[in-house]
Every structure is written in C-alpha cells, then in structure tokens.
Design a protein around this ligand. Structure first.
Ligand code: PLP
Length: 452
C-alpha cells in the first residue's frame, strides 16, 4: 500500500469505520491522515489541517511529543507486557496510580485500569452494583444517566448513554438504565433564568429516584460538561443540587471525566471546575493524550474501602494497566505538569479562546450561543437568532458547515446542529486566531447557503 489511490480503494474494500455510513464512500474517498505535529495534521494529499478536535477530544499535549515517544520506547525495550492479575504489578502501573492520586479531586485515591472509556464505564457499572451488594443492598442496580449523555459504545455503555441513534441500532439494550433531561438552558429553559433552570434539571433526578425507589437506584452518571451531546455546560446551580440529591437518597455520583479530564476545562478535571465530589470517576482520552489506549476508574476512599471488604473482585482486562500505556500516561502527565499546561488553559489560552468565540457568537447571524469552558466549545447553529430556532437535521446546516471548515483545512465536528471544538491544549494565541478565522469562513459560507 504505497500510494494514496491504493489506500482509498483498499479502505473502501476492507475497512469498516465507526459512526459512518458506508454509502458515503460511494461518492467520496476516505481522508487518509499521515502525520501530526503540534496542533496540525497532514493528509495524504499534502493538506496541512488545523485539528480543532484534538483527534477525538484527546490529543491534549498535541502531536509528536518526544517525551511520550521515548517513554513508550523505553518501556517496550524493558518490559513490553506484563499483567496486573495474580498479585503482580509493574513499576509504571504503580507510579501512574500514585501520580493520579495527586491530581484527581480530593478523596479519589484508588485506580482501576482499563483500555477505553467504554470499558471504564462497564467497570463503573459492575463495581457500583457490587458496592451495594456487599452492603446487603442487592436491589440497588439501576443507573440514571441523561439524554444525549455519551459513555461509550459497548452494549452496557450504549445503554448507559442517552444517544437515541445508538439505542435504535442492534436491538434490545440492557435493562436497569434510565435517563433524565439534559441541563441545556438554551433549548429547554424557556421562561426561566439559567439558575432556575439548573435547579429544575436537577430536580428531574429527584423525581426519577422517587419514581424508581431509592432502594433500586445504584448511581447517577453525568459528564461535568456533556461532550458528544453538544458541549452542554450546565448552569451554576445544577451540579451542587445533583450532589445534594445523590447524598440525600444514598445514590453514588459518577463523574464521567473521559472528555473533561486532564486540563480540558481549565482545571485538571471537570469535577474541579464544577466542584463535584464524585464517588467514582472514569477517565481515558487525555490520560495518555490519545497516544496509546488507556483508561482508568478513580474510586473514593470510602467506596474503595467497601469494595476491599467485599472479597474477590471478579473483574479485569488482559491489558488493565498495560505497562507501555502506563509509561506513556505518566510521561504525558509529567509533561503537562512541567509545562504548566493546565494553568495555561485556565489563565491564558482558555479565556482567549472563549473571548474570540464569544465575539463570533455575538455577531454571527447563524450562531445562537457559545457553550463550554476552557478549551472545549460548542457553537449552536440557528436559522433565527432572535427566536432561537435551531436548524433541523434535514436542513443539515452542521454538515454543510463542517464541510466548509474542512475545505479550509480546519477540523470541527458537528453534533446536533452545533459545531463543537476541542483543540490540543497546547494551542497558542496565534493558532487560536487561525482557528477562529477559519471557523468564521465556514460559518459565513453556511449562512450564505441559507441566504442568511
Ligand atoms: N465517556 C465519554 C464522556 C466519552 O466522550 C467517550 C468517548 O467519546 C467515552 C466515554 C467512551 O470512550 P471510548 O471511545 O474510549 O470507549
């Protein structure tokens, strides 16, 4: 497979893509990405593209970081693989767990390794039910998630998430998963202030617990900011009220940090940004900046002490704590600490990014609102700004805008007629200017398309 044309043909002939309609390839060929450096990627046609999504919300330290490459190399040479089953550990597994305990929110201090966010969430489901069972409460099994929550693509993670399009594919979901409304003031909060709406959206959890009976509910799970659901940052009243309700009804609180973790919102974790005190915390993506698959679930002292009393933990993956993945994750966190990347997002590039996009949101005819925090953003596409009328999926403004952006060498993703962005956290002010200029061109051309 030496030349790009044979790649295009072979891809169509043999490769099944995630979240993709194969018929797309009847008209278009695949975009083959061959190289990355900093915030840029290059395709096989030689285009230099600004990666406004950091891959899939994950390449937090940018592409091509030698420290991570060296860490993988060294570990491969010393010990390419060993497991953490039957009372063994490897140095990088231990050192990463110790490091995670220093950067995760207070109280989280034990870590179980997995390979993806989906596996981390499967782990959460099994461990939470086990936790209640150990305490003589085996009926506490139901998980409450949210509409358009995304927690992964395994059967359990799909059931846990609130993505209707995913629920519709492949037949029955697992039982004992329920969903409540999104805390999205712009679309659901008519007549209420954001603060009033935050309380209303949290009350949906209380109503659901009362409907199901607290004795049947294991946990509530939410992303601090919903990512794949459209970058929905909740009003300030939402998380404190969710926290209070979980405590009142003795329900575990799980903060899915797969996107928000590792600096994305301007703090190490989204839980820090919203002052959430989770009982369990799945994380992945930014843990290794996507250089290698690794995930983890953080457990609070209290939850772990119950699990530890419960005897044999019958759960684990061959690659739980793969030593090479742990070495890369450790190098990634060390690099983030050394270069002050989280502080940079919090104090400099995050506010600059938001200011630039807010200007766009305030002035552009098809942008209804800016959402997000730090270096994760959503721009809602509307056809009537004053009346907050969102484009329909049939009108397809999001796809049109995404295409214009890519034609101008910018990757932004479209979610539910919102354009979302999550660039590498190493993005500079100049690169943010380039991002904003290109996003504006994409939006201008989309507005022109609709005569707006
Ligand atoms: N949780 C959240 C919040 C996510 O955004 C994702 C993936 O985008 C997942 C879980 C699933 O992670 P993975 O794709 O690594 O299984």
């Amino acid at each position: 497979l030496q030349n790009k044309n044979s790649w295009y043909d072979a891809d169509k002939a043999h490769h099944i893509h995630p979240f993709m309609d194969p018929k797309y390839f009847d008209k278009n060929h695949v975009r083959v990405i061959t190289r990355g450096e900093g915030v840029y990627i290059w395709d096989a046609e030689g285009n230099k593209i600004l990666d406004g999504m950091a891959g899939l919300w994950c390449v937090n330290v940018g592409y091509g970081r030698q420290e991570l490459i060296d860490a993988a190399n060294e570990q491969m040479k010393n010990l390419a693989y060993y497991n953490s089953f039957f009372q063994s550990s490897t140095p990088t597994q231990i050192e990463l767990a110790e490091k995670l305990a220093t950067i995760t929110p207070q109280g989280i201090d034990h870590f179980f390794y997995a390979n993806s966010g989906s596996e981390a969430n499967d782990t959460v489901i099994r461990m939470a039910r086990h936790y209640w069972s150990i305490q003589g409460k085996p009926t506490k099994r139901i998980f409450i998630g949210r509409h358009l929550g995304y927690h992964g693509s395994t059967l359990a993670a799909t059931s846990l998430g609130g993505m209707k399009g995913m629920h519709d594919m492949g037949g029955s979901l697992l039982p004992e998963f329920e969903h409540i409304m999104q805390p999205h003031w712009y679309t659901l909060g008519a007549g209420l202030t954001p603060e009033e709406f935050g309380l209303k959206a949290a009350k949906a959890l209380e109503d659901k617990i009362l409907e199901l009976g607290a004795d049947n509910v294991a946990a509530f799970i939410g992303e601090p900011i919903q990512g794949a659901g459209g970058v929905i940052d909740p009003p300030s009243t939402y998380w404190p009220e969710i926290q209070r309700i979980c405590k009142k009804y003795n329900i575990l609180l799980v903060a899915d940090e797969v996107i928000c973790g590792f600096g994305r919102t301007g703090n190490w974790f989204g839980s820090d940004t919203y002052n959430i005190k989770p009982d369990m915390m799945p994380m992945a993506k930014g843990l290794s900046s996507g250089y290698i698959p690794i995930a983890a679930v953080g457990f609070s002292k209290e939850v772990y002490s119950v699990l530890a009393e419960g005897g044999h933990i019958a759960h684990g993956y061959t690659y739980s704590g793969h030593p090479v993945a742990c070495a890369v994750a450790l190098a990634n966190i060390n690099l983030m600490e050394r270069d002050g990347i989280v502080e940079m997002v919090r104090d400099d590039t995050g506010p600059y990014f938001r200011k630039s996009l807010q200007q766009l949101a305030d002035t552009h005819p098809i942008v209804g609102e800016l959402r997000g925090a730090g270096l994760v953003a959503g721009l809602q596409l509307v056809k009537d700004k004053e009346n907050k009328t969102i484009f329909t999926s049939e009108e397809g403004a999001g796809l049109i805008c995404r295409e214009h952006c890519i034609q101008h060498n910018l990757i932004m993703r479209m979610v539910d007629q919102a354009m979302v962005a999550s660039p590498p956290l190493t993005i500079t002010r100049d690169e943010i200017d380039e991002f904003t200029e290109k996003a504006k061109i994409g939006l201008d051309l989309t507005a022109q398309h609709f005569g707006l």
